[in-house]
Design a protein around this ligand. Sequence first.
Ligand SMILES: Cc1cc2nc3c(=O)[nH]c(=O)nc-3n(C[C@H](O)[C@H](O)[C@H](O)COP(=O)(O)O)c2cc1C
Length: 198
Amino acid sequence: MHVLVVLDHPNPASFSAAVAQHFMNGAKAAGHSVELADLHAEGFDPRWSMADINSDEGRATPIDVMKEQARIAKADAICFVFPLFWWGMPSMMKGWIDRVWAWGWAYDQLDDPELSLQRTRSGVLLVPAGARSDEMEDAGYLAAMETAWMKGTFGYFGFAPTKLEVLFGSKGSPERRNALLQQSYDAGYMLASSDAVS
Ligand SMILES: Cc1cc2nc3c(=O)[nH]c(=O)nc-3n(C[C@H](O)[C@H](O)[C@H](O)COP(=O)(O)O)c2cc1C
């Protein structure tokens, strides 16, 4: 498969960047081709603007959005890597999704609210988080993410199968962090194809 890895972190030495690298190493070891979309390094502009609104209304799609859509078109699987910020996505990843997965290209709820305009793709979210797993589960945050992201966003865009791996305790001991990096490698190595569900 061809795998696109979308990374939201400004620091190339961050834990999130290491997570993306380990995932890519695993995916390559399994025989997949990999492309990295390093949104900060590439200077993607996440601000939803009048150009995006005009594009929804039938005028030209902004060039930077077209470029991202072209690399999505090539991908059979996409892995999203971003740190958990206030139980949600940081603004760069949020803006990339808002702008790039646009009405008329990714979805068209006027015709069929259940039908994505995109082909089925395998999707993985690797999300480093400071909290412990029990804190997140007990408070209902994990269930909220499953609903908002895996169903309401990536499911809506036609991703299947999807996998959310919150990397709990990402600020913990070196042993903990190494285990999370191994988990990221394994997610790449064992990446599921969408063939079984499409
Ligand atoms: C602005 C901000 C908001 C954060 N919000 C949360 C949060 O809601 N839940 C959580 O578990 N961790 C939260 N954290 C902790 C980060 O998720 C954690 O520091 C990050 O995963 C570490 O990744 P990094 O080393 O790649 O930056 C937050 C951190 C920052 C800077």
